[in-house]
Ligand binder design. Structure first.
Ligand code: KG4
Ligand code: ZN
Length: 340
């Protein structure tokens, strides 16, 4: 068992454009109140100030709703946690400071959680008995990284993208093709109707444990520039399918290589891009043992924060209420974890 199932945890996630509050008990999600800020759509990307304001408006109602749904009050929880970083600093501060204030007022232990490590723990929401060692591919809008979770639950950073993240490649490709923000999932949906082998987009060759997606994005840009708009519109499903195929192939090929070098058979793919159907299909074909979170847990949510908080707490790790947020990963020595 990789986390103590007996605890009630209240968790918050506010690192980017989702405000999320969750109450998790005995490893089960009792409440998951997650709101995506669609306000950013008009600007074509996340605006940090708008995100901070949205979190400020949503954090208390989210907690109230989580209490109503779970019928568990803050007095009754064993642990309070929040995402500490990386992320947008103003956005992080809202959830982190709110959670610390609750912990102070209700005299509860507090654990600050790394956002990327929380994504890894999303897999245990659906597969609580999954045993490490596990090779994780975390593919989201901001990150495309490999992590190895060892038998003792230690998490090791293995490597990652040299430029853009896979989700960024989806989103930027979608923007080039004229989909409204956030376009990654819309590009994937359009691609599901097309032929993935019609057009040949480049697959970057990079050293083991690394990725590169910026060349692919540029090649799509030139592909679109060189052709009349009519052609693009008439062939949109095939273009999306072929572009998506290149991203998925690179993710798959590098994961096969990483798993073989590290001699790890159990694979988990987490983060926003792990919702992609074509990715799921191709990974399942290739690996005997590959796991994906439920779609609701692929994007940012506080349930995964709660599970990571329990795993730290059971090892005696809590976070001082004097700690602040951090925004850069990997982080060493920028915040203090106390042994209780
Ligand atoms: O994990 P996440 O919610 O936020 C970050 O921490 O970045 O991931 C969001 C990313 C976006 O880039 C979005 O386009 C991508 O996940 N995404 C998808 C799909 N659904 C979301 N990419 C490909 N196919 C999808 N179905
Ligand atoms: Zn995330």
């Amino acid at each position: 068992m990789v986390y103590n199932k007996k605890m009630k945890v209240l968790a918050f996630e506010t690192s980017c454009d989702e405000t999320s509050c969750a109450i998790v008990q005995d490893g089960k999600v009792l409440a998951n109140v997650t709101t995506t800020h669609i306000l950013h759509r008009d600007y074509g990307g996340v605006i940090p100030e708008i995100a901070s304001r949205a979190h400020t408006a949503l954090i208390l109602p989210s907690l109230k709703t989580a209490i109503e749904i779970s019928k568990i009050n803050v007095e009754d929880v064993d642990l309070i946690s929040a995402t500490q970083g990386p992320g947008l600093i103003g956005a992080l501060l809202v959830g982190f400071t709110f959670a610390k204030s609750l912990a102070y007022f209700y005299k509860k232990p507090f654990v600050g959680v790394d956002h990327l490590e929380a994504h890894l723990y999303s897999i245990f929401l659906d597969f609580p008995d999954l045993k490490p060692p596990i090779l994780f591919l975390l593919a989201s809008g901001g990150h495309t990284e490999f992590f190895l979770m060892e038998e003792n639950e230690e998490i090791k950073y293995i490597g990652g993208t040299l430029d853009d993240a896979a989700g960024e490649a989806f989103d930027k490709g979608a923007k080039i093709l004229g989909f409204p923000y956030p376009g990654g999932s819309k590009l994937a949906e359009e691609g599901s109707k097309g032929d993935p082998f019609r057009f040949n987009f480049p697959r970057a060759k990079t050293p083991p444990f690394t990725f590169s997606f910026s060349g692919l994005k540029t090649s799509l840009l030139y592909f679109v520039k060189k052709r009349p708009k009519k052609f693009i519109n008439e062939n949109l499903p095939d273009i999306c399918a072929s572009y998506q195929e290149a991203i998925v192939d690179m993710l798959l090929e590098k994961t096969v290589e990483a798993a073989s070098i590290l001699k790890i058979k159990r694979i988990a793919v987490v983060g926003g891009v792990s919702a992609n159907e074509r990715l799921r299909e191709k990974f399942k074909e290739k690996f005997d043992e590959v796991y994906f979170p439920s779609k609701i847990y692929t994007t940012d949510n506080a349930c995964m924060v709660a599970l990571r908080a329990i795993s730290l707490f059971k090892r005696g790790i809590t976070t001082s209420l004097y700690s602040s947020c951090y925004t850069v990963y990997p982080l060493k020595g920028e915040f203090e974890n106390e042994k209780t």
